[in-house]
Design a protein around this ligand. Structure first.
Ligand SMILES: CC(C)(COP(=O)(O)OP(=O)(O)OC[C@H]1O[C@@H](n2cnc3c(N)ncnc32)[C@H](O)[C@@H]1OP(=O)(O)O)[C@@H](O)C(=O)NCCC(=O)NCCS
Length: 189
């Protein structure tokens, strides 16, 4: 039975290995990585699933982003990965549901991801044609979830990286109450 815990700094190499295994080593060329460069992930939402010996079987990470010219705060879900030998056993769902509960509890209102609606639809994600993701991105794979009813009403446009200015600005007032997210070297995946 896997245990879900917050990611620790010493987990980094196991997570890198798991992400290379599931996505391949060219994963940094994915458009979502452009939104993570130079921005730290949100430690309170970055979870790992471990076996009884401490080996990491699954990972999920989140970054803050902004949407539109009004720079409204949102979470970028991902990357998420489950070890190939354990896929289809519910671990991915546990990581997603657990982290989304934490995100809602700490005050985040909206979540964005790039993925397959047939999978993420079960968690409430829907295609979001009102969001513009950095290219190259298939618009059908841009998905959004409201953690608070109508949280995306009036929120549309370019999805952009979080900046130090957002920390003190409109977006900052909307972000969850986790650890602050200083711009700087990303502990990126
Ligand atoms: C996607 C992933 C995280 C899901 O984790 P998981 O533990 O395998 O998923 P769960 O066991 O919670 O759910 C399994 C169900 O999801 C379905 N599913 C998994 N990936 C899917 C996809 N891309 N599209 C549609 N359905 C999918 C399975 O068919 C299964 O369906 P069932 O419940 O009807 O049997 C995992 O398969 C993975 O790491 N894949 C490789 C990396 C990846 O693609 N990450 C996501 C990028 S958007």
């Amino acid at each position: 039975m896997a245990q879900l815990n917050q990611e620790q700094p010493e987990d980094a190499w196991q997570i890198e290995y798991l992400l290379d295994l599931t996505f391949g080593q060219g994963r940094a060329s994915l458009s979502s990585y452009r939104l993570r460069e130079g921005v730290a992930p949100l430690p309170e939402l970055c979870l790992v699933a471990r076996d009884d010996f401490g080996a990491i079987l699954g990972t999920i990470r989140y970054w803050p982003v902004t949407v539109g010219t009004a720079r409204r705060a949102a979470l970028l879900l991902g990357p998420i990965a489950v070890h190939p030998t354990l896929q289809g056993e519910g671990l991915g769902s546990s990581l997603i549901r657990n982290s989304l509960r934490r995100a809602a509890a700490s005050g985040w209102k909206r979540v964005i991801l790039i993925g397959d609606e047939p999978y993420y639809g079960r968690f409430g994600f829907r295609n979001a044609p009102f969001l513009k993701f950095p290219p190259p991105t298939n618009p059908e794979r841009v998905l959004a979830l409201e953690l608070v009813a109508n949280a995306f009403n009036g929120v549309s446009g370019d999805v952009q990286p979080w900046t130090a200015i957002d920390e003190a600005d409109t977006a900052g007032s909307e972000r969850g109450q986790g650890t602050s997210c200083p711009a700087g070297k990303a502990a990126d995946a």
